[in-house]
Design a protein around this ligand. Sequence first.
Ligand SMILES: Cc1cc2nc3c(=O)[nH]c(=O)nc-3n(C[C@H](O)[C@H](O)[C@H](O)COP(=O)(O)O)c2cc1C
Length: 357
Amino acid sequence: MSDIPEVLKSILELARWAPSGDNLQPWRFEILGEDRLRLHIRRENDVYDFGGAATRTTSGVMLETLRIAASSQARGMKWVLAFEDPAALKFEIDFPLLPSLAQDPLAAWIKQRSVDRRPYRMQALTEAEKQALQSAVGPMFQIRWFETFAEKWAITRLNARATWLRLTIPETFAIHQRIIDWDNRLSPDRVPATAVGLDPMTRQLMRWALGNWARASFLNHYLAGPLMPVIEMDVLPGLRCAAHFAFTCPQALTSRDEIFLAAGQALQRFWLTAASLGLVMQPAFATLAFAYYGERARSFSTEPGTASKATAIAQEFNLRFGLGSEQAPFLGRIGRQVVAPPSSRSTRRELSELIYR
Ligand SMILES: Cc1cc2nc3c(=O)[nH]c(=O)nc-3n(C[C@H](O)[C@H](O)[C@H](O)COP(=O)(O)O)c2cc1C
């Protein structure tokens, strides 16, 4: 650690708190000089990466977090995507000294911001809050809000179908086995089971089912296995929130890759702004993934019958948003906490583990 220049160390100590899907933290930092680094983003190439979308979104989240964190050190930031292959994206980044640069006020929220998967208050967002969130995402994306009971129910049903599908295929089973931390309420490298939004009994059932695929498959086929998780993870929280939202970019001005990267940058500004307003949120990324497979009739599972389920999700996605999945590259729900912040959350790996050597 003593080999990391002080300025980079301060920036990275903050930026490592950026969120990533399943808390994978797929980033490694290669130090190139006093104020230069290479950011390596590992590609997962799994079902949840749907044509590289998650890798791009995560890259955007980290780039934006680095930019905000650098402002605390009176540093600007310039980045370029220097290299990509099936294993990783590599960005080269400079942090030039800009003595008169003011700290971005969002920097204060980088560590505090955390996903909240519980039900929220149903109190609507104010116009001022919606405007602040719209200006946070910038002109490339228009935020669409789904606020009435009927709208929330429609998006909740869509998300519930996606959750049902992801809980019944072997391709995501292995991912869930790997990323859930059953032993810790604060998990530095996974998602704590206690932060997933399940009550203790359903959590125990899920732990048993995740023991091996034969158990999960038996539950799914004979005992409606995903029913309770879907009710607890989608239906109740989906109705108990201020709104669902989608980032939309109806006129595709640029490539799919650029849209998801920009969506990641916008996401981090949106999420930090929400935190600064006392709001919490939860993404709904799996819905996007299955809409993508359904739109393209692309196979993603060995389990029979999954292709038609993804087609149905894609059709419903189009019905609700009036757009294809890459023109609505980020979805979630937002609101105010009912009680205190959750006592269980994902934390982060130490910076020393994130240095590329
Ligand atoms: C691109 C992206 C997609 C995500 N998708 C989901 C999701 O579909 N459902 C969910 O509950 N959390 C989702 N998350 C939240 C992450 O699991 C969470 O941010 C991560 O575990 C770190 O935890 P923290 O936000 O509490 O720091 C997503 C986060 C990111 C950045």
